[in-house]
Design a protein around this ligand. Structure first.
Ligand code: ATP
Length: 507
């Protein structure tokens, strides 16, 4: 059994070797926390986008999409609170010169205590055997209770200090907990400082402060500032939603863990506008819908969990994350937030334009409340990739690496392979390829032994390999090989499309 860190390294190496993800500007030794998607990566990414867009925009009669610019009027970010409050507390270690997020250092410490609780549970489960009652153990064992109390008090102190901007206390907490630099083991820390995560640049040729603009740190604000445009031109009735996907930029203090945390990434966000007072009902609805979307990919429910936010943003009245079991453990994949009327109201104040909805049923006007679903495209990509990555030992003793990507998301749907590169087989295979290419992204290859070619398709997750052999020339049949079972079947050329399409149906 490989450990998780090794597994993660293998996935990253595989993603590079097979054209999914490259380090950006690699020939110049790369740029930190920036990645490029290769020939198969872009297909997987587009298929995920498509799945999201369809399930949001196409399957809901009351959701429409937009595509707003990355550059926005600078006041947008004043109104949204990002100029003043989109900060992460950072701390440097004076010996290692490494920079960390202060809150993450403390949260990692909490995770260690949680690990101790898990150890106690495991030990007790072994001791008590069948009769073990985990819930009872957790609520009565003195050692566990002591750990839980520690966790609670650390969390309380951390979040209240952050909330009140008492950064000196965050530093004191790090010192009191004896947290050491994970790299050097040193306790020689600097003060904790706030660091704004927005990238800024200059508009036009003048370098005055007035021309300072930002690269958007989230796509949501493009939706809020277009609320009136869309509502009026689309004659939208509340409740309704606006969806958008696109790039977002954050100057993350600690950007690592491959495409999990990047400085340039993509979000898929949907803002759902509702009547004030009905937001919690819709919040529950979207929580459930979004989990269904994830499960619709065919990844088991055990890989996902909900996590309720410990400290709500000042404008939110409910917030949950959907976490995924990444190779480095359960981490945030998507956020579902009830944002009240904070954003629209703030844009109303800053722009001086009335942003309201006249509700004909209530016969009154109000600023709508908002429930948001916000998912990272790159994190979803990583979730699919890491779930799909499988090393298998075969009956004949050989091994293969196969990406068990849900077929409808697979970059290539079918590979068309002439058994040998002669006797008219390539010509026949290209005919088969031409018959499929308008419906599916296919791959044609004639080089190397058929076994090697199958392995390469397994490694990029192609659900079907279609082999054209001498018999094909006689009776128009081919063998079709299925990725996961490796079973081969002889079918007529006219049946291929149907077989592929049945397998690709989304849930
Ligand atoms: P985190 O706590 O991991 O920094 P966040 O709570 O700041 O994330 P949100 O602002 O809620 O994230 O953004 C919504 C989604 O965008 C996240 O759930 C995540 O999938 C994605 N996301 C956020 N930051 C990044 C990043 N630096 N790289 C890749 N994806 C990101």
């Amino acid at each position: 059994m490989v450990n998780n860190e090794d597994r993660f390294k293998k996935i990253i190496a595989h993603a590079k070797e097979y054209g999914f993800v490259f380090q950006s500007s690699e020939i110049y030794d790369g740029l930190a926390a920036t990645y490029d998607y290769g020939q198969y990566g872009v297909e997987l990414k587009n298929n995920i986008k498509n799945y999201w867009w369809k399930s949001m925009v196409q399957y809901h009669e009351n959701i429409v999409g937009i595509d707003a610019a990355i550059f926005m009027h600078p006041t947008t970010w004043k109104a949204s609170g990002h100029v003043d409050a989109f900060n992460d507390p950072m701390i440097d270690n004076k010996d290692s010169k490494k920079r960390y997020r202060a809150d993450v250092l403390v949260e990692d410490h909490i995770a260690k205590i949680e690990g101790k609780i898990q150890k106690e549970v495991k030990k007790a489960a072994k001791r008590f055997g069948e009769s073990f009652d985990e819930q009872q153990f957790l609520s009565t064992n003195p050692r566990v209770l002591k750990y839980q109390k520690q966790i609670e008090s650390i969390k309380k102190r951390l979040y209240s200090s952050l909330e009140d901007e008492r950064l000196d206390d965050v530093k004191r907490l790090i010192e009191e907990l004896g947290i050491v630099d994970p790299v050097s083991g040193s306790r020689n820390w600097t003060e904790v400082r706030q660091f704004n995560l927005m990238f800024s640049t200059q508009l036009g040729s003048l370098s005055e402060d007035a021309n300072k603009i930002y690269l958007r740190p989230e796509t949501a604000q493009g939706i809020f500032v277009n609320y009136l445009n869309v509502q009026k031109t689309g004659r939208m009735k509340i409740p309704f939603g606006i969806a958008q996907m696109g790039k977002a930029f954050r100057n993350e203090i600690v950007a690592r863990q491959f495409i999990f945390r990047m400085r340039e990434f993509e979000q898929m966000e949907m803002q759902f506008f509702v009547r004030p007072g009905e937001e919690l009902k819709w919040f529950e609805y979207w929580k459930e819908q979004r989990m269904k979307w994830h499960l619709g990919m065919g990844i088991p429910a055990s890989e996902y969990r909900f996590h309720e936010h410990d400290n709500l943003a000042h404008y939110a009245n409910a917030a949950f994350d959907i976490e995924f079991n990444f190779p480095m453990g359960f981490k945030e994949l998507e956020g579902i937030h009830s944002r009240t009327d904070f954003d629209l109201k703030s844009h109303q104040e800053h722009s001086g334009k009335k942003i309201q909805y006249f509700d004909p049923e209530l016969n009154e006007s109000y600023v709508p409340y908002v429930v948001e679903t916000s998912i990272g495209l790159d994190r979803t990509f990583l979730a699919v990739l890491s779930y799909a990555y499988t090393e298998e030992k075969l009956e004949d003793g050989s091994e293969r690496v196969v990406l068990k990507i849900p077929p409808f998301l697979a970059p290539i749907k079918a590979a068309v392979l002439p058994l040998v590169k002669k006797d008219g087989l390539p010509e026949k295979a290209l005919e088969v390829f031409d018959g499929l290419k308008y419906d599916y992204l296919c791959f044609y290859e004639e080089k190397d032994s058929i076994g090697k070619r199958y392995r390469r398709q397994d490694a990029i997750g192609t659900p079907y390999c279609i082999t054209v052999d001498h018999k094909t020339l006689e009776d128009n049949t081919v063998t079709i090989r299925e990725r996961d079972t490796m079973k081969q079947e002889r079918v007529g050329i006219d049946k291929i499309s149907e077989i592929i399409s049945t397998r690709l149906k989304e849930k």
